[in-house]
Design a protein around this ligand. Structure first.
Ligand SMILES: [Fe+2]
Length: 280
């Protein structure tokens, strides 16, 4: 059986085992279904990046299969995470646990797979500071791990933005701290987050004080997108415009929204102008 077939089987087994567990809270079932769909959406976004991004062009099929496997299995521990949360009220780090799980399985015990997945939910600096990453010799292998980590991170963000903007009515329950409050008070943005956004910085805090804060922190993921192909994909899906519409729904002041658009345009232009195309 190919590596990718084994990966599909593992994902399916985790999903089926966990969806069979019945918890009184309907959020559990919704979460399990969402993570199953999300894994496939991330796989789809990952395939597009693999097809278009120069770093992956001309690479052998064994390498590409490992890259696809890392993408598909990046959230493999999300199902167990949900069970632990609903059963024992226990919080775990699904990226670190996924890396440990994959390392323990002979077919997936490959640094290209488990190390690329390990920090996908953290700031990228945590990968660079990771002892196992630092121990890799400088050269192709380390560069490959870095790029597969970029691939996972970009595909994950695209899929999350896609589901948030396309299915906002359902997803607001998962993504917004106050999903039923669309009053003006939900438009406030803490100054530290606004400063991070204006400096094109990913915010590492959790901003739960208002719906606008939570959404802008999610929009700041833009500054952690690594590939031009990912931006092109976001534009093709019209994700920026859809996000601006959601900002309108939570009553972000029109002037503030214009500033958000301006910062975004300038960032995209500055980051990708050297490609000879404007990404904005
Ligand atoms: Fe994910």
């Amino acid at each position: 059986m190919s590596l990718y077939e084994s990966a599909k089987n593992l994902l399916k087994a985790e999903y089926e085992m966990h969806r069979a567990l019945k918890f009184p809270n309907p959020q559990y079932a919704a979460y399990i279904e969402e993570k199953w769909r999300h894994s496939w959406q991330v796989a789809g976004a990952g395939n597009l990046i693999l097809k278009n991004e120069p770093y992956f062009q001309g690479r052998d099929s064994a390498f590409l299969e490992k890259a696809k496997t890392a993408v598909l299995l990046h959230d493999i521990y999300r199902f167990r995470e949900a069970r632990l949360k609903f059963e024992e009220n226990k919080q775990i780090d699904h990226g670190l646990c996924a890396a440990a799980l994959l390392k323990d399985m002979p077919e997936f015990n490959d640094v290209l797979i488990w190390l690329s997945v390990k920090h996908h939910g953290h700031m990228i600096e945590e990968l660079y500071a990771d002892a196992e990453y630092q121990a890799l010799p400088e050269g192709q292998l380390k560069e490959d791990v870095r790029h597969i980590a970029f691939l996972v991170r970009d595909a994950d963000k695209i899929a999350n933005w896609q589901i948030l903007t396309n299915e906002f009515d359902n997803m607001r329950l998962v993504w917004l701290p106050f999903p039923d409050d669309f009053s003006e008070k939900q438009a406030s943005i803490p100054s530290v987050l606004w400063a991070d956004f204006c400096h094109c910085k990913v915010s590492d805090g959790k901003f739960k004080e208002s719906n606008a804060a939570s959404l802008l922190a999610t929009f700041c993921w833009l500054f952690d997108i690594n590939y031009y192909s990912s931006i092109v994909f976001c534009k093709r899906l019209n994700l920026f415009e859809k996000f601006y519409n959601i900002f309108r729904l939570v009553h972000i002041h029109p002037e503030k929204l214009e500033q958000i658009k301006q910062v975004t345009r300038e960032y995209l232009f500055a980051s990708w102008a050297q490609r000879g195309e404007t990404a904005c």
